[in-house]
Design a protein around this ligand. Structure first.
Ligand code: ADP
Ligand code: ZN
Length: 615
């Protein structure tokens, strides 16, 4: 092993020569030094933060093989392809390999011919694997997606608990657990489950500055979605989340009719079909994946330019994870959701009706409430999001819908009292439509049939229109100021909190939903032009050429285009127009191996484009 004093140098050299990057980011250097020195670490870093290098570089610096536990086959394949493209000796052991392939890799491991081996957690407790490790020199154990060990997390994998076996058997090998999960319960569970009490914890900011956040009030969700995509992402890859399989299918089919390359993904498709769709999403450019939450974990695609939610996610954590799949490469990306009263009612009902114990229901309700608060906020969304995860953003971000177009608020106590009293006076048997008719004094047949035109509440709400009353009811429901009874056709019912308001012991502030012309519906101008959209025409042309070349090379080798070069690297090539191999090596993301392999192709593509443009 090399001496401590030369560690930083070696690591930096590997970063530059093998991975082609100039400098370490944020806490990367500290983490890498810590692991190289043989200590344990827990790394909490958002998606796109650069976690992989934190164990890949120590595995290259230290003698022996780095064993990486990774939950998904797609994830392993992706990482191994990317490593090999940089000339790193990496392999994976999983169920897709045949017996001979497994034997070959095991032999290479015994002969210390590999630097990194990715394995699935199921394999850890097999005697075969443990005795294989006995025959190998191991440099470190890395536990990727460490939140899978926690049942509080969103992707609980019981097999992850076997990881403790490794530590018991090889107590002196450094361990590094990594996750992008930001919530505290999951974090402490990880420490406990993995016996990482002694490990140093490295926490990065969970802010994703390149993401623009927006929430639109649901009116005509399809039209809203279409205008969002057409304005901002006509040719980009993105993910659209829906609640149900049926809605996934219908939305994907509809988008195809509208001229987009959209594919469905949900647990009801055959494994084969799912794999096929996922492969296309990863290997083609500009595919929109319409999916249930079954899709996403282990998708390393760096250039997902947008994530849209047609339905409300189940919690703030889920929202953060799902939206976090946008913009892993650090380039500008949009996150957008439509949200309405139905979403609130449905989610409350799902939690209430689930067979989970009361304690779990209580946690689920409070997690949902936090998300509703985020949806209804009149302040900076990023501040709301980060503060939920215990982080303080001192200033509003100026990169979310509520920052870009201020949302006004008003004292809605009187309106709320009127709305609740309409619920009370009509016997707690009706939903929003009828109650609004009562409030605005709309004499429908139903109103006269029930004699509701004779109620004292009839017509007391003429100061607001129908849409505004809908907004009031939605906000009251989101704040838990009345309940929806699903056993009684969704009738609104009062609760303890309603009484306080009705008695005047509590006041309430409400938001004025922006009009459809507002930024909330993401109409009008692009709010966040992507770096690509901001290029000059000749730059765009060159970028197109480079992308075409990249796609051809990728298809040739049957790897995703980003394994060759990231969008970010191509963009830098366009901006700097390198002419010599050395200049190309200066571009972020071009290391020694890639220069050797692709340098000539990309340099001549740049030269040709310049000749064309000059003539
Ligand atoms: P995570 O696993 O945390 O989501 P990745 O390890 O996939 O993040 O890294 C995200 C992106 O950032 C990748 O494209 C990676 O190549 C890039 N990256 C990581 N570290 C650096 C660095 N020091 N300099 C430049 N780019 C980096
Ligand atoms: Zn903001």
């Amino acid at each position: 092993m090399i001496s401590n004093s030369s560690l930083p140098d070696t690591a930096l050299k590997i970063l530059q020569q093998t991975f082609g990057y100039h400098d370490f980011r944020g806490t990367q250097a500290d983490i890498i030094n810590h692991i190289c020195a043989g200590h344990d670490a827990l790394v909490l870093m958002p998606t796109g933060g650069g976690k992989s290098l934190c164990y890949q570089i120590p595995a290259l610096v230290r003698d022996g093989i780095g064993i990486v536990i990774s939950p998904l086959i797609a994830l392993m394949e992706d990482q191994v392809q990317a490593l090999r493209a940089n000339g790193v000796r990496a392999a994976y052991l999983n169920s897709t390999l045949d017996w001979q392939e497994v034997q070959l890799i095991e032999q290479q491991m015994r002969d210390n011919q590999l630097d990194l081996v990715y394995v699935a957690p199921e394999r850890l407790c097999t005697d075969r694997f443990l005795s294989l490790l006995d025959d190998c020199q191991i440099s470190l154990f890395a536990l990727d997606e460490a939140h899978c060990v926690s049942q509080w997390g969103h992707d609980f994998r019981p097999d992850y608990r076997h990881v403790t076996l490794l530590h018991q058997r090889w107590p002196h090998i450094p361990r590094i657990a990594l996750t992008a999960t930001a919530d505290r319960e999951t974090r402490s569970d990880i420490i406990q489950q993995l016996a990482l009490e002694e490990a140093k914890i490295f926490v990065s900011s969970f802010d994703r500055p390149n993401i623009t956040y927006a929430v639109a009030i649901k009116k005509n969700p399809r039209a809203q979605l279409l205008s969002f995509i057409r304005k901002n992402h006509a040719e980009d890859a993105g993910i659209i989340y829906c609640q149900s399989r049926k809605k996934v299918e219908e939305t994907a089919a509809w988008l195809c009719k509208e001229g987009f390359k959209a594919l469905p993904y949900h647990a009801g498709l055959s494994p084969n079909q799912r794999k096929q769709n996922q492969d296309r999403f990863i290997k083609d450019e500009g595919i929109i994946m319409v999916a249930t939450i079954a899709f996403g974990m282990g998708i390393d695609k760096p250039n997902v330019r947008f994530v849209a939610h047609l339905d409300l996610p189940k919690s703030m954590e889920a929202y953060y994870q799902e939206t976090g799949r946008a913009g892993r490469d650090g380039l500008k990306s949009n996150v957008w959701m439509t949200y309405g009263m139905q979403d609130v009612a449905l989610h409350r009902h799902l939690i209430q009706d689930s067979p989970a114990p009361d304690e779990q229901k209580r946690v689920d309700h409070s997690r949902l409430n936090a998300l509703l608060g985020y949806c209804e906020t009149t302040k900076c969304r990023r501040q709301a999001l980060l503060s939920y995860f215990g982080e303080v953003l001192p200033e509003p971000c100026n990169n979310c819908d509520t920052c870009l177009e201020k949302v006004e608020s008003y004292d809605g106590t009187v309106q709320a009292q009127k709305a609740l009293s309409a619920i009370y006076r009509t016997g707690q048997r009706f939903g929003a439509g009828h109650l609004i008719d009562v409030l605005i004094g709309n004499k429908t047949d139903r109103i006269t049939q029930y004699g509701h035109d004779r109620l004292p509440t009839f017509g007391v709400g003429k100061d607001l229109d129908k849409k505004q009353w809908q907004s009031v009811f939605r906000q009251l429901l989101a704040q838990g100021l009345f309940h929806v009874n699903h056993d009684l056709h969704g009738a609104f019912e009062l609760c303890e909190a309603s009484r306080l308001l009705l008695k005047g012991q509590k006041s309430i502030t409400l938001r004025k939903d922006p009009t459809s012309k507002g930024i909330n519906a993401m109409r009008g101008k692009r709010t966040s032009p992507t770096e690509l959209a901001a290029l000059s025409d000749s730059d765009k042309l060159l970028l197109e050429e480079l992308r075409t070349l990249r796609l051809a090379l990728a298809q040739d080798q049957n790897v995703p285009p980003y394994v060759i070069f990231h969008d970010r690297t191509l963009l830098e090539m366009v901006q700097h127009r390198p002419q010599t191999p050395n200049q190309l090596l200066d571009i972020n993301g071009v290391g020694g191996r890639k220069l050797e392999r692709y340098g000539e192709d990309f340099l001549s593509c740049i030269k040709d484009a310049q000749l064309d443009q000059a003539s």
